[in-house]
Design a protein around this ligand. Structure first.
Ligand code: NAP
Ligand code: G4F
Length: 329
């Protein structure tokens, strides 16, 4: 039985990844930081077969101990401080977890190693946020980086560190340059889930308006369940490499609002949305559109869930969840 160590197990992708790996017969160990993590109960309720291991991306000795304990075949580094807006307010923490954390994980793998015949394979969750003020559209594996946030800068550090450990030590280390991916497990702080949750609450009479920042930006939004399949495929290749993982479509926040409010039978969302300067960022990433040709041709990966289906399933989930919470389910 293959063994996988997954950091960020309480996050959106960690939850999808642990299910995918278990469906493929892996024994999955999720790394958890701190004590009494409030998200842990949800994760254990939905996945009782998951095994837990202590560790924090800010603490090298804890990562060495985790790798020694688990003896993984594959490590998926999905842990990060992943919220771009917060990275402007906590840049040093972001650099430490999202940037240097990657180096620490790779050091733990280098130090502990694996059996010579079975070296540990590593996946790094790189981000389209690295393209930032984009130099070309669509963005490919060759597009230069121009990050626009402390988060983006930290991801560039993690991305090049992964490449450097591949080239310096021969570690099977791959990066997925993932464009935005969403779903029912997306954190409420991200714009898509903030909208679908807000629409559900408006429909139920629990909220009057949704306060948002910049409505002009465009994103290449896919479904998280599709994206973790691409991550797994990367570690099954003979050679490690970097891949853009994207849908190849871009949409404005306005288009997302159109579809989400239509789920609630509302054609004009303008009375229900207000702009609040608190949600504007010091620098913005205006347009992301990925070209997933390499992932399609080399990994055989294609996303299954369309933009329309993504919005519909998030809306349906949030209406169900908010109804239950309000005792109306
Ligand atoms: P997420 O839901 O925000 O989850 C982040 C995870 O990181 C949580 O489990 C969190 O655990 C963990 N974490 C935070 N600080 C940590 C630390 N010091 N040590 C260990 N773990 C820590 O993020 P996601 O959407 O699943 O994204 C997964 C990864 O892909 C992240 O690296 C993200 O930056 C990257 N990414 C995401 C997208 C996207 O659109 N979703 C796109 C490109 C790249 P706690 O419960 O302890 O906070
Ligand atoms: O949903 P967002 O916070 O996602 P963002 O900044 O694109 O980052 C996500 O995708 C990255 C991949 O490109 C990941 F690496 C990263 O970890 C994260 O998962 O914001 C999307 C857009 C931005 O332009 C933002 O300014 O929505 C705009 N926006 C407008 N009003 C808002 C809001 N974003 C949030 N979170 N909240 C708002 O009220």
């Amino acid at each position: 039985m293959k063994r996988a160590l997954v950091t960020g197990i309480t996050g959106q992708d960690g939850r999808h990844m642990s299910e995918l790996l278990q469906s493929k017969g892996y024994q999955v160990f999720g790394m958890v930081r701190g004590q009494n993590n409030p998200k842990l109960q949800t994760v254990m309720d939905e996945n009782p077969a998951l095994e837990l291991v202590e560790g924090d991306l800010r603490d090298l000795s804890s990562l060495i101990a985790a790798v020694e304990q688990v003896q993984p075949d594959e490590v998926y580094n999905l842990g990060a401080m992943s919220f771009v807006a917060l990275s402007f307010r906590q840049p040093e923490l972001t650099a430490d977890i999202t940037g240097v954390g990657v180096l620490r994980m790779l050091e733990a793998i280098r130090i502990v190693g694996g059996a010579d015949a079975n070296p540990i394979r590593f996946y790094q969750a790189s981000s389209s946020e690295m393209f930032g003020k984009v130099r070309e559209t669509p963005q490919t594996e060759q597009t230069p980086f121009h990050p626009r946030s402390p988060y983006g800068v930290a991801k560039v550090f993690g991305h090049y560190t992964t490449l450097n450990y591949r080239e310096s030590y021969g570690i099977h280390a791959s990066s997925g340059i993932c464009f935005n991916h969403e779903g029912e497990r997306r954190g409420l702080e991200f714009v898509t889930r903030k909208i679908t949750n807000g629409v559900a609450r408006i429909e139920l009479g629990l909220q009057e308006k949704i306060s948002l920042g910049n409505l002009e930006s465009q994103r290449d939004w896919g479904y998280a369940g599709d994206f973790v399949e691409a991550m797994w495929l990367m570690l099954q290749q003979d050679q490690p490499d970097d891949y853009v993982i994207a849908t190849g479509e871009t949409h404005t926040i306005g288009e997302f609002l159109d579809l989400a409010f239509r789920c609630a039978g509302i054609d004009d969302w303008t009375p229900y949305v207000e702009q609040d300067p608190r949600f504007m960022r010091p620098a913005e990433v205006d347009l992301l559109l990925g070209d997933p040709t390499k992932a399609r041709t080399q990994l055989g990966w294609t996303p299954r869930v369309s933009f329309e289906d993504l919005v519909a399933r998030m809306c349906a989930h949030d209406l169900r969840e908010e109804s239950q919470r309000a005792g109306r389910g």
